[in-house]
Design a protein around this ligand. Structure first.
Ligand SMILES: Nc1ncnc2c1ncn2[C@@H]1O[C@H](COP(=O)(O)OP(=O)(O)OP(=O)(O)O)[C@@H](O)[C@H]1O
Length: 234
């Protein structure tokens, strides 16, 4: 079976250092796999641990227990024990991530922000910028903004730069954390189409979507995170 990422018996707690170091368990015994050409969606109520799972899969949060096995350049890497250099290489070539918020770098134009992941992978900067421009046009980002740094853009404009940046590469795994939270219906439809194109290209997607219409359109499967909720102290 084409499985680029397997999550096995994963647990995560947060330690509250400002509250005497108490441990707050969030998820426990998380087990699932994602498949090529499919979009799985993390479901469950607010605060159950959906974003925390995505952040562990992208190496943003440490994994307390269990394994996250990723197929990377033909080898299998366990993200739970990967070193920072391996995590950076996995982000460059294997796992893409679109978060809700753009981390804007001062003085870098929107086109260069979106083109950067391709340039990091060795693409010619001019063709990477042309590809970013195509995505901006599809996402209806006004052309007058393309050469400006996105720091002062509206929430929805920044989100479209972020989506272009996340979708510009052909990473085999793509994680989506509420990628359309600030978008209008027309642009949400564009993103739905872009997700469908990724599926057709054989990408394995895992997302969080609060927008039910988008979720129903793109989801092949819902993974109910409530099933992995850690038992919390009252
Ligand atoms: N960095 C952190 N430090 C401490 N607690 C955290 C941290 N990140 C998340 N949490 C806690 O972990 C729990 C799960 O949060 P998470 O953001 O994963 O939930 P979610 O299901 O994505 O919620 P929502 O749907 O509201 O975005 C929450 O109780 C949250 O307060």
């Amino acid at each position: 079976m084409p499985v680029p990422l397997i999550v096995s018996d994963v647990a995560k707690s947060f330690t509250m250092h400002l509250r005497g170091g108490i441990e707050i368990p969030v998820v426990d015994r998380v087990d699932f796999a994602i498949e090529t050409g499919r979009c799985a969606v993390l479901g469950g109520p607010s605060g159950i641990g959906k974003s925390s799972i995505l952040k562990m899969l992208y190496g943003n949060y440490a994994i307390d227990r269990g394994q996250v096995l990723v197929r990377h350049h033909g080898a299998v890497v366990d993200l739970a024990v990967a070193d920072p250099r391996q995590i950076l290489a996995i982000r460059r070539d294997t796992i893409g991530y679109v978060s809700q918020f753009l981390r804007a770098v001062p003085r870098v134009s929107a086109l260069d922000v979106a083109a950067e992941p391709l340039v990091q992978r060795g693409a010619d900067p001019a063709s990477a910028r042309a590809r970013a421009a195509d995505l901006f046009a599809r996402l209806n980002l006004p052309e007058k903004l393309w050469d400006l740094p996105p720091a002062t853009f509206s929430g929805g404009e920044q989100q479209r730069v972020n989506i272009a940046r996340g979708f510009i590469t052909d990473h085999p795994v793509l994680l989506l954390d509420e990628p359309t939270a600030s978008l209008d219906a027309a642009n949400r439809a564009v993103v739905a189409q872009m997700i469908e194109e990724k599926k057709d290209a054989g990408v394995a997607l895992l997302g969080i979507f609060h927008d039910a219409e988008l979720r129903d359109r793109v989801a092949d499967r819902i993974i109910d995170v409530s099933a992995f909720a850690a038992r919390r102290a009252a």
